[in-house]
Design a protein around this ligand. Structure first.
Ligand code: NAD
Length: 270
């Protein structure tokens, strides 16, 4: 069902790897709501070729960019503005990569070079994206930038490892850059803190299935799906949320404010 919430709006979506990706689901939903899109991902991800299916479905060009490379980002924003024939209204940053996580290094034995790379890809990349848009004056007034995060930025989930620190930094960049972009161009910048969701990045976390079922039991509404996250993104890109900025917005079925649930008590009493 479409409500044309994004009619006439133009956006860049980073991070659609395959059809489970939150970015993939969001691209489909934004297209349904009338937006025009450009899709981007790292060159290595584009080589998988999956994204071409999405590009066809949403009638969007694909422009590769490694988010740690400023030349790639400049090229992406310039080409996108050429394609749209004007400035951009929204950006989805749906990017994460934990190198220590991927290589199975425990948090207490962190390899710091890998960790720098993790923080660059997962957190400072949001600064790089915003900085590129800022320098090129690429975003329209009342534009909206959304990045995806996880509650491990506030509370300890031991197996989330270095990604907890990465998400805390991502949320901080959201506030800090959000301030400056708000003052200069009335652009808003927010993070969505999403329930655990079965995607490629999600499944990289040790014990992920346990994570998912624990969160499900601890959330009055249950876990939020990728499609539900996509709908929330649409509202944040729309004109109905113009005064929301610099926020970390929990999209987790109530998990973040629940102390315990009957389902968990029953499990403990078994
Ligand atoms: N899946 C979950 O449980 C969950 C929960 C909360 C938040 N998130 C966040 O949602 C976002 C999207 O993840 P997802 O779950 O859809 O998984 P995903 O694996 O589908 O998406 C991650 C994307 O990051 C891209 N990426 C990695 N390195 C890059 C680079 N150098 N340059 C450009 N792109 C790069 C990958 O190619 C991929 O498309 C991430 O920020 C993730 O941390 C996920």
């Amino acid at each position: 069902m479409s409500n044309n919430l994004l009619k006439g709006k133009k956006g860049i979506i980073f991070g659609a790897l395959d059809e489970k990706s939150i970015a993939w689901r969001t691209a489909l939903r934004c297209h349904e709501e009338g937006a025009q899109l450009v899709l981007s991902n790292a060159p290595v991800a584009l080589r998988m070729g999956e994204i071409n299916k999405l590009a066809e479905a949403v009638n969007a060009p694909v422009i590769g960019a490694d988010v740690t490379n400023m030349d790639d980002l400049k090229n992406l924003f310039e080409k996108s503005m050429e394609h749209f024939g004007g400035k951009i209204d929204f950006v989805l940053h749906s990017i994460g990569m934990g190198i220590n996580v991927r290589k199975g290094k425990h948090y207490t034995e962190m390899n710091y070079e890998w960790n720098s790379k993790t923080l660059d890809i997962s957190s400072m990349s949001l600064h790089r994206v915003l900085r590129t848009a800022w320098d090129l004056d690429a975003l329209n007034e009342w534009g909206s930038v959304v990045a995806l995060t996880y509650i491990a930025a506030q509370r300890v989930f031991p197996d989330y490892n270095e990604m907890a620190d990465a998400k805390a930094l991502l949320e901080s960049v959201t506030r800090s850059f959000g301030y400056h972009y708000g003052v200069r161009n009335k652009v808003r910048v927010n993070t969505i803190s999403q329930s655990p969701t079965k995607t490629t990045a999600g499944s990289g976390v040790k014990g992920f299935d346990g994570f998912v079922s624990y969160a499900e039991k601890m959330s009055p509404l249950g876990n939020a799906s990728a499609d539900e996250c996509a709908q929330y993104c649409v509202t944040l890109f729309s004109d109905y949320t113009r005064m929301v900025t610099m926020q970390n917005l929990f999209h987790d079925g109530g998990f973040s404010f629940t102390g315990v649930t009957q389902a968990v008590i029953e499990q403990m009493e078994k």
